[in-house]
Design a protein around this ligand. Structure first.
Ligand code: BDR
Ligand code: CA
Length: 306
């Protein structure tokens, strides 16, 4: 089993990513860290705690992190994820939120404990990871790999013409993380937009609490997609990153130099990938350029229905 920390701003697709990680039986989840992003830090932590209770995994540590980006103001994605971040699902569930610890410190502690073994799956703005790297530069020797849902190297953005949401919210943090010297796989919109989950896919899942949750939480998300495209479906951004962390053969990657724009009115948060080597810099990111959509969606349908 792969030892992982999952960093989330739960978020409908973060929640489904957590379901996939738990139900796969292939991830030894040493902890989950939460961060400001789709919704506030507090709400993201409540949502994460509820999802892990739904999955019967209240034993997994959930540790709160940054309540705002490094330098910028928060910007919540209510139009996609709803007011509560998970489209109104699990409203009645009662939970107790863990108030102990701070995510960047937790990441450092676990990386020191499991040197060379830990994969960190980043499904949110990268504020927690950047703070951890700044505090403990030896993370570059301790962390096995980062799998990041973020960026768009050859396709348009989803929050500005050129920027993907997770990078746009905290571009300074993203820059620190991409240049930290840790092996990185970047699962960007170029591939995640291809992994659309449809209502028919959800119908094919075995009935149960997880399917009910997916059905209820994605209704809002699908409405938004329908308004934009005329299709009732939603992109499995974060679940694909979890899928790739567990099985690299789902994607084809290319190793390139990637940087983040942080000083432009028009293009802040853009992930610039030097496909042609113009900048003559050492490649730092394995960029996902192709995905086996059908195999991933089949695995997701099968795993969530377990
Ligand atoms: C990313 O932004 C968030 O809204 C999603 O949860 C995902 O992590 C997609 O751009
Ligand atoms: Ca997310």
């Amino acid at each position: 089993m792969k030892k992982v920390i999952i960093d989330v701003d739960t978020g409908i697709d973060d929640a489904i990513g957590l379901c996939l990680a738990v139900q796969s039986g292939q991830a030894d989840i040493v902890g989950i860290t939460t961060v400001n992003g789709n919704t506030s830090l507090e709400q993201a932590t409540v949502n994460t705690t509820k999802v892990m209770k739904l999955l019967g995994r209240e034993d997994v540590a959930i540790v709160k992190g940054a309540n705002r980006p490094l330098l910028r103001d928060p910007h919540f994605e209510v139009s996609v994820h709803g007011n509560d971040g998970i489209g109104g699902a699990l409203k009645e569930m009662e939970i107790v939120v863990n108030e102990d610890g701070f995510a960047p410190d937790f990441i450092i502690e676990q990386a020191a404990k499991y040197k060379g073994e830990l994969t960190i799956i980043l499904l949110a703005p990268m504020t927690n990871m950047a703070l951890a790297i700044r505090k403990e530069p030896r993370l570059k020797d301790w962390v096995k790999e980062l799998v990041i849902m973020g960026g768009a190297v050859s396709s348009p953005g989803n929050i500005t013409p050129t920027a993907e949401y997770n990078i746009f919210i905290d571009p300074e943090a993203a820059k620190i993380v991409l240049h930290a010297g840790i092996p990185i796989t970047l699962v960007g919109l170029d591939v995640t937009r291809q992994t659309l989950l449809t209502e028919a896919d959800i119908e094919r899942m075995n009935a149960g609490a997880v399917r009910d949750f997916v059905q209820e939480s994605t209704t809002h998300y699908m409405n938004r997609h329908f308004q934009l495209t005329g299709n009732r479906a939603c992109a499995m951004h974060d679940p694909l990153a979890v899928g790739v962390a567990l099985d690299k053969s789902l994607v084809r990657t290319e190793l390139h130099y990637v940087d983040v724009e942080t000083k432009s009115d028009l293009c802040d948060g853009q992930t610039v990938c030097d496909f042609k080597g113009w900048l003559k810099k050492e490649p730092n990111v394995n960029v996902c350029v192709e995905v086996d959509r059908d195999r991933f969606i089949e695995t997701l349908v099968d795993t969530l229905g377990r």
